[in-house]
Design a binder for this molecule. Structure first.
Ligand SMILES: Cc1cc2nc3c(=O)[nH]c(=O)nc-3n(C[C@H](O)[C@H](O)[C@H](O)COP(=O)(O)OP(=O)(O)OC[C@H]3O[C@@H](n4cnc5c(N)ncnc54)[C@H](O)[C@@H]3O)c2cc1C
Length: 409
């Protein structure tokens, strides 16, 4: 028995959920749309939480995709501070934390990801932070204003961005990472060397090839001890230790899961249950572009997948084939942009000068371009997108790729 019914249910008020609601409205969806999110704010962008919002340069409203009125004016019902507790795929009902039972026609499950918590001694001490929501950024900023030494665990973009933002605010930041260089796991050693040098140049201390073993202090974090035995002063610690897809609801609903831990979807992002789609960080789909199953944790991908699901709900089903795009800002020191299908290249070509901080790294596998990272050469990315999508055979054209006009390639 349901309390009421809606034509489209969107579970998760994040990047993917909001994009789906927007695209349903733009596409003239004929029916009620209910967007349920457990956070207090209307859907917002997470990227500023490690950048402008954390720095205090961007206010909360500026992070929202739209204010609450925007949704109301478009007859999109927004239910913040509400969780979907149960999804019955047979009866096609959702039970909410308010106890209301909603019957739905079609649904998007876009529940995002949860931070991966480090289980080490001292993990419960005050002053240890994770970053996923604006509320986490508020807590980090408040603590950082009183802290002198900040330790960041991890060498990926969250730790790098937070280190850069807090360093620019005058904190002394030390990053501890298993990798040999920051961002090298995603972008390779050349990029890692560049980002490492940039961070050091601005005063960030890097401890590479080492792990965070434990945190010490009385009630509050005071010291980080690394696996090597090295000790680092720490008034606070920010963990940038990755995320895991949030499939709690999907699993209990019996949706099929995939190898990466996401919800297994077909090429058009539909789950194992007809009329229920997934999108964003928890969506593992059969990618025509990658030639296999992938799950991608990037903002623009979540947005594009949300819009693609809306198109499917509106009647246009097609394989999702957008080229993944990612960007990262290290304070105002540099912006890196990436496009591509894989992060495991066989061969790298440098355009421009890494030393001067204006370069693109073209990554090839099997004679074809598979990804490109660009710092200060955004124009290269458009060509890279084209060459990756066309699967152009670039064997023997290394010189042209490094020094030539990409227009002509
Ligand atoms: C600090 C930070 C900085 C980032 N910077 C970048 C960047 O520079 N570039 C980039 O490309 N990507 C960046 N990302 C990644 C990007 O933000 C994510 O890929 C994107 O938010 C994924 O969108 P999503 O809709 O899948 O999930 P989310 O945005 O996480 O939204 C999912 C929502 O669903 C809610 N939810 C979960 N379960 C339920 C339930 N049962 N009922 C109701 N609601 C539920 C969650 O609370 C959450 O609000 C960043 C991420 C973070 C955290």
């Amino acid at each position: 028995m349901s309390d009421r019914s809606v034509a489209a249910l969107i579970v998760g008020g994040g990047a993917a959920g909001a994009a789906c609601a927007e695209a349903l409205h733009e596409g003239g969806f004929d029916g009620d749309v209910l967007l349920i999110g457990r956070e207090p704010d209307p859907p917002y962008e997470r990227p500023p939480a490690s950048k402008g919002y954390l720095a205090g340069a961007q206010d909360r409203d500026a992070c929202l995709f739209h204010d609450a009125d925007w949704y109301a004016r478009r007859s999109i019902e927004l239910a913040p501070r509400t969780s979907v507790m149960r999804l019955d795929t047979g009866a096609r009902t959702a039970t909410l934390s308010t106890k209301e039972v909603i019957e739905f026609g079609v649904a998007l499950v876009a529940t995002g990801a949860n931070v991966r918590r480090l289980r080490v001694d001292g993990a419960q001490l005050e002053g240890i932070h994770y970053l996923r929501a604006l509320g986490n950024a508020d807590a980090i900023r408040a603590d950082a204003l009183a802290a002198e030494h900040v330790v960041l665990a991890g060498g990926s973009y969250i730790a790098c961005e937070v280190a850069a933002t807090l360093t620019a605010l005058g904190r002394r930041c030390t990053m501890v990472m298993l990798e040999d260089a920051p961002l090298s796991a995603h972008f390779g050693p050349t990029a890692g060397g560049f980002f490492g040098a940039l961070l050091r140049e601005h005063g960030v201390e890097l401890v590479c090839g080492d792990g965070l073993e434990r945190v010490e202090g009385d009630t509050r974090a005071r010291r980080v001890v690394c696996a090597s035995g090295r000790e680092l002063a720490a008034d606070m610690v920010v963990m940038g230790t990755g995320v895991t897809p949030d499939v709690l609801l999907a699993r209990s609903a019996g949706l099929e899961l995939g190898d990466t831990g996401g919800v297994a979807c077909g090429a058009d992002l539909e789950t194992s249950v007809r009329g229920i789609w997934a999108a964003g960080d928890m969506c593992e789909y059969d990618s025509v572009l990658h030639g296999g199953r992938v799950r991608i944790e990037h903002h623009e991908v979540a947005r594009a997948q949300g819009a693609a699901v809306a198109a499917a709900m509106l009647g246009t089903r097609r394989p999702y084939s957008e080229m993944p795009y990612f960007w990262s800002d290290l304070s105002d020191w540099c912006t890196a942009e990436w496009v591509g299908t894989t992060e495991a290249p066989e061969h790298e070509i440098v355009r421009g000068s890494v030393q001067d901080g204006t370069f693109s790294l073209l990554h090839l596998a099997g004679g074809r371009l598979v990804s490109a990272l660009s710092v200060g050469r955004a124009e290269d990315l458009a060509h890279a997108r084209r060459l990756i999508a066309a699967r152009t055979d670039l064997s023997g054209r290394e010189h042209e790729l490094a020094h030539g006009d990409l227009d002509a390639v």
